[in-house]
Design a binder for this molecule. Structure first.
Ligand code: SF4
Length: 445
């Protein structure tokens, strides 16, 4: 199984996603059922029905954990209400950020919660097919999921006659291989269709026109894994946790300049400081400079960002977002300018090329960052970054374009001293870049 440390969290923090203590053998269906697995599906089939399920999910305040933070209840209703002879449920377990393992850990440690949540969703929206799309490199997760699906089918929790109700829910695990953009939901759906991976203009949303043109409910694994708890008496408790629009818990991967890097299940709405403390805090010999929040297309917050609430709205206001669910603590040895330039270059390289402002604009933005790192800025470099970023965001076709400007924008917003060191004094405080004075006529000095 994937070697990642699951961090201990304060006892007051509830756990809905990762079992505590962890299951000895995650595919052991009997043990999982004894621990409560499939009680939510049983309640959905035997008591609540589709309408009762959607009401409970709506009232819980559950929102998608994948980035956009869309209300799960609204998404389910939109899918259920779309006219169609066939619907799909898709678990987007591709997890585009190659450095983050949260979804993979969830699939390996608690596969039945994801499968149960997806089955409940299928029942609610009227789908009989569930597809779990996993990146092909996650070999252990795929093996565990396939084994869990087979066991659940044999026991009648999935398959042609779920719990003797006559309802059919077939689950297929689909390994997918591709690039970063495959994490975007419309790209993932195209990947499942065997088509070229480029995002589609939305609306229409996948809930009305998704896989093979049919209404499709697509969520990340964490969103589905939260569903069983909501249906088994935890809905009120779930709804009480978190900031205004984001409820429940989320898996966060903490790394960088912390004492104990690892993955933790945290309530939405706690501060980043509380999350970093779970990872042992910042060691005494290291000085926190900033926090990369959200993965490659995330934002870089200053040290004061430790007091920002970890929820979608607060992070966006601060210039970051939940994104891939990662927090990287940066110390005095990190150069935020270099990091922002590298991340922007990565995002430019990963853009699918469908729209020109993204394809060309991100590349120009990355070049701006690189020029600063190399000590060759043009006179209006920071204005160029700000103006170009806003043009790129305004013309965005997909979230990749919307988010990929965050790194450089947040450096302009929060790290002017470090930018000035590169641009004006030709020095890199962290000793990473080697800015060289530009002696050309008209160069910044
Ligand atoms: S915005 Fe960028 S990543 Fe998104 S579709 Fe256009 S080119 Fe592709």
């Amino acid at each position: 199984m994937t070697d990642a440390r699951i961090l201990a969290t304060p006892t007051r923090w509830p756990r809905f996603l990762l079992p505590d203590p962890p299951a000895a053998v995650p595919m052991d269906l009997e043990a999982a059922v004894q621990a409560g697995a499939f009680a939510g599906l049983r309640a959905a089939v035997l008591e609540l029905g589709a309408e009762g399920v959607m009401q409970a999910i709506g009232e819980s305040g559950l929102r998608g954990r994948g980035g956009a933070g869309v209300s799960t209840g609204e998404k389910w209703r939109a899918c259920a209400g779309a006219e169609a002879d066939r619907r799909y449920v898709v678990v987007n377990a591709y997890q585009a950020d190659p450095a983050v393992l949260t979804d993979r850990i969830l699939l390996e440690r608690n596969p039945y919660a994801v499968l149960e949540g997806a089955a409940v969703a299928a029942l609610a929206v009227g789908a009989s097919e569930v597809i779990v799309a996993v990146r092909v490199e996650a070999a252990d997760a795929i093996r565990i999921l396939e084994s869990a699906v087979a066991a659940a089918e044999t026991a009648g929790y999935l398959g042609p006659d779920v719990l003797g109700s006559g309802i059919q829910i077939d689950v297929t695990v689909r390994p997918l291989q591709g690039a970063y953009m495959l994490g975007e939901e419309t790209v993932l759906l195209k990947g499942l269709e065997g088509k070229r991976g480029q995002p589609e203009q939305q609306p229409p949303y996948p809930t009305t026109r998704g896989l093979f043109g049919k209404p499709t409910l697509i969520h990340d694994p964490q969103t589905f894994a939260a569903v069983p708890s909501i249906l088994t008496g935890e809905a009120a408790r779930f709804a009480e946790i978190g900031a205004t629009a984001s409820r429940g818990t989320i898996l966060v991967q903490i790394s960088g300049a912390v004492a104990r890097p690892g993955i933790a299940e945290v309530p939405l709405g706690v501060t980043i400081r509380e999350i970093v403390d779970v990872a042992g805090g910042i060691p005494a010999q290291r000085r926190l400079k900033g926090l990369l929040v959200g993965g490659p297309s995330g934002g870089i917050l200053p040290a004061e960002g430790m007091d920002v609430s970890y929820d979608q709205a607060s992070l966006e206001e601060a210039g970051a977002y939940i994104g891939s669910g990662s927090i990287v603590a940066l110390d005095q040895h990190s150069c935020v300018v270099d990091l922002a330039a590298v991340l922007t270059r990565f995002c430019a390289d990963e853009a699918c090329g469908k729209t020109i402002p993204c394809r060309i604009g991100l590349r120009r933005l990355a070049e701006s960052g690189a020029r600063i790192c190399e000590g060759q800025p043009r006179g209006d470099e920071l204005t160029r970054i700000t103006d170009l970023s806003s043009d790129i965001v305004e013309s965005a076709l997909c979230d990749h374009e919307r988010r990929s400007t965050l790194a450089l924008q947040s450096v302009v917003r929060y790290f002017r001293d470090e930018l000035d060191a590169h641009i004006v004094r030709n020095t890199c405080p962290a000793g990473i870049c080697q800015p060289k004075a530009d002696t050309r006529a008209g160069a910044v000095s």
